[in-house]
Design a protein around this ligand. Structure first.
Ligand code: ADP
Ligand code: ADP
Length: 228
């Protein structure tokens, strides 16, 4: 599970100055368990394309399917991590992570147990009763990752998740993410404008370019990872 298919997708936004093509003729297949980076300069349509996979932005034409099902809205098969973590500040870390499973109809005890499992996975078991604003930025992003995984999504969509972190924390988080993924092996689409980050994280990099946002390259890079 976790097969993403983007077929002939155009995304046009209506703006006050007229229609604005954010994504043009995108075609992309991501196989189950593949980890790809979507790389390109700011404004080239990476987030828009990812949001069409998430179900937040409908394609103007073309279609997005996951495991053969047409994507028309967000669903628990897709976990999302954003640059801004968007945790609920009034909930503890554990409650934040348990929220998705609870919404999906999982019972309170089971949801708490799932939350603990994923908090352990991101190294925050000891902080389950803390409130998000008492944690560092990196820790908050790790809670965000735990929350995104708590519904056992077949697809994990990450939009510059480490973009707001300092360089040292970012490297730690990249390593942590690869450890988590090697255990989880779900499909990952990771949006970044940082080529070093893309090369470190993934062997497959899909490159976009602006005006209008097009996929201009889909490359396999098998480099020795400098930090391994
Ligand atoms: P990236 O993620 O690569 O930085 P985006 O997907 O955010 O790029 O944006 C692509 C283009 O679409 C940009 O020109 C941006 O200004 C425009 N855009 C994004 N979202 C909207 C929107 N909701 N309405 C109008 N224009 C938008
Ligand atoms: P109350 O907020 O009065 O406790 P609710 O049924 O509105 O009752 O909320 C139940 C739980 O969900 C509480 O922990 C509350 O803080 C939290 N909550 C309230 N609104 C939202 C929301 N929009 N999204 C997520 N959690 C919410």
């Amino acid at each position: 599970r976790g097969h993403i298919s983007v077929r002939d997708v155009d995304i046009v936004f209506e703006t006050t100055t007229g229609p604005h093509a954010a994504v043009k003729n995108a075609n992309l297949t991501v196989r189950p368990g593949e980890f790809i980076c979507l790389l390109g300069p700011s404004g080239c349509g990476k987030s828009t394309l990812m949001n069409s996979i998430a179900g937040f932005v409908p394609p103007t034409s073309g279609e997005v399917t996951i495991d053969g099902d047409l994507v028309t809205e967000p669903g628990p098969d897709r976990g999302m991590v954003f640059q801004q973590h968007s945790l609920f500040p009034w909930k503890t870390v554990k409650e934040n992570v348990a929220f998705g499973p609870l919404m999906a109809g999982v019972g309170q005890n089971e949801a708490t147990s799932v939350a603990r499992t994923f908090l352990s996975l991101v190294g925050l078991a000891a902080f389950e009763n803390a409130y998000p604003n008492t944690l560092s930025g990196g820790m908050q992003q790790r809670v965000g990752i735990a929350r995104a995984l708590a519904n056992y999504p077949s697809v994990l969509l990450m939009d510059e998740p480490f973009g707001a972190l300092d360089a040292q924390t970012r490297v730690m988080m990249q390593e942590n993410l690869l450890e988590i993924w090697s255990e989880f092996r779900n499909t990952v689409v990771f949006v970044t404008h940082d080529i070093d980050e893309a090369v470190f994280l993934s062997d497959r990099i899909v490159v976009m370019s602006a005006s209008p946002g097009r996929i201009i390259a889909d490359i396999n890079v098998k480099l020795p990872r400098p930090r391994e």
